[in-house]
Design a protein around this ligand. Structure first.
Ligand SMILES: *Cc1c(COP(=O)(O)O)cnc(C)c1O
Length: 386
């Protein structure tokens, strides 16, 4: 062969029997087949073999399979982010003319897709009170195809009675999807409570270091798996094998990170609860959190994100002074990483509740707890009305 042809030889030259603790990063779009009759284009790669890099390389499928194993799912799809996971679930379960239910405490962009894309497709998404429990049966219609749950809710942290919602949904043959990001897929056992599809933003705890975006959609059974698969294929939700490699690394330390984050976060939440400027701390393990008793019943722990509400005489401007005075905490929106973050939600819309722009969400990181408390303390001092 000419050296130009040698340059392009795809046959492996080195031995491939390298046993390592690390998962190899397989990149690739084209999959090679042994013969023409074997050529397919099939999203069911876990069962039927590899057909195209779009549905994942061995690195992606390794991550998917580990998540499925940890959560007890039939199978998991890895998608580009938590929001893509939400979109995949809506588009798999709802068609024109469908009705869906979403708690008003859901992640903002979930409600945005409901009001935007889904409404445009002729899907009606109705918001419900996250504390509704068995009362959800009163909202289920003939054309209801999907009930979303998210527990705890975003920012306002309501814990939902998922067993009660699942039981109402099952009796009327409606699928239940859960945003299980808070629990990292491990502190709330979605499938043992009968949820059909569970998703999480791997961006948060599995990634764990604020350096990647990925999502996971896990199907309880064959029925959910075969509903999601074709839509996953049609949407072309490809992910980077490098990001999957980072997530596989993140998974290995998830246990110790969650333990350390829980301990530090509880200490800080309890300290804040005693502070005179603070009306209420919304942390699942504190009795002031709506649904605290359900959390005790259904969850095996708590994680690093929670909110607090200032006393009503604290103005938005004073709350902003607090945020801007923090030195260790950074100002930012995401959570689940190793750094502490704080942010105000000035325009938070919740029926019958006005937080007056003074609700703050914190993400606790792995910094020394005492340093975080000192930081909050000095910033609260600057917030005190003169
Ligand atoms: C962050 C988040 C998402 C979206 O995840 P991305 O990876 O950022 O798209 C979905 N649900 C919840 C509850 C989240 O906090």
């Amino acid at each position: 062969m000419h050296w130009r042809t040698k340059l392009l030889d795809p046959t492996p030259h080195a031995r491939r029997d390298y046993a390592s603790l690390a998962t190899p990063i397989y990149r690739g779009s084209t999959v090679l087949f042994n013969e023409q009759s074997a050529v397919t284009d099939d999203w069911r790669q876990a069962e039927n073999g590899y057909s195209y890099g779009l549905y994942g390389t061995p690195t992606t499928l390794e991550l998917a399979s580990r998540i499925a194993d940890i959560e007890g799912a039939r199978e998991t799809f890895i998608v580009p982010g938590g929001q893509a996971a939400i979109a995949l679930i809506y588009l798999s379960y709802c068609q024109s003319g469908s009705h869906a239910l979403v708690p008003f405490s859901a992640y903002g962009p979930n409600k945005a897709i409901a009001e935007g894309l889904m409404r445009g497709f002729g899907v009606e998404v109705e918001e419900y009170d996250p504390m509704i429990g068995a009362g959800i049966s009163g909202l289920i219609r003939e054309n209801t195809k999907l009930i979303w749950c998210e527990s705890p809710g975003s920012v306002t942290m309501e814990i939902q009675d998922i067993p009660a919602i699942v039981s109402a949904a099952q009796s009327m043959d409606v699928a239940v999807a859960l945003d299980n990001t808070y629990s990292a897929g491990v502190m709330f056992d979605a499938f043992s409570y009968g949820v059909d599809v569970s998703m999480q933003a791997l961006t948060k705890y599995v990634g764990g270091h604020s350096d990647l975006l990925l999502g996971a959609v896990s199907a309880r059974d064959e029925s959910a798996y075969s509903k999601l698969g074709p839509v996953y294929q049609q949407l072309g939700l490809a992910v980077s094998p490098d990001d999957c490699g980072l997530a596989l690394r993140g998974i290995q330390t998830l246990g110790v990170r969650l333990d350390a984050l829980e301990t530090s976060t509880l200490q800080i939440a309890n300290w804040l609860a005693k502070h005179p400027l603070i009306e209420k701390v919304l942390h699942p393990a504190l009795p002031t959190c709506p649904g605290h008793e359900i959390w005790k019943r259904d969850f095996s722990g708590s994680s690093s994100v929670f909110s607090f509400v200032f006393k009503n005489y604290i103005s938005v401007a004073q709350a902003e002074t607090f945020i801007n005075s923090l030195e260790v905490f950074r100002i930012g929106m995401s959570w689940g990483g190793v750094h502490s973050l704080a942010v105000i939600y000035p325009d938070l819309l919740r029926p019958n509740k006005d937080f007056g722009g003074a609700i703050v969400r914190l993400n606790i990181g792995l910094e020394q707890t005492d340093d975080l408390i000192s930081d909050l303390s000095q910033a609260l001092q600057k917030t005190t009305p003169k």
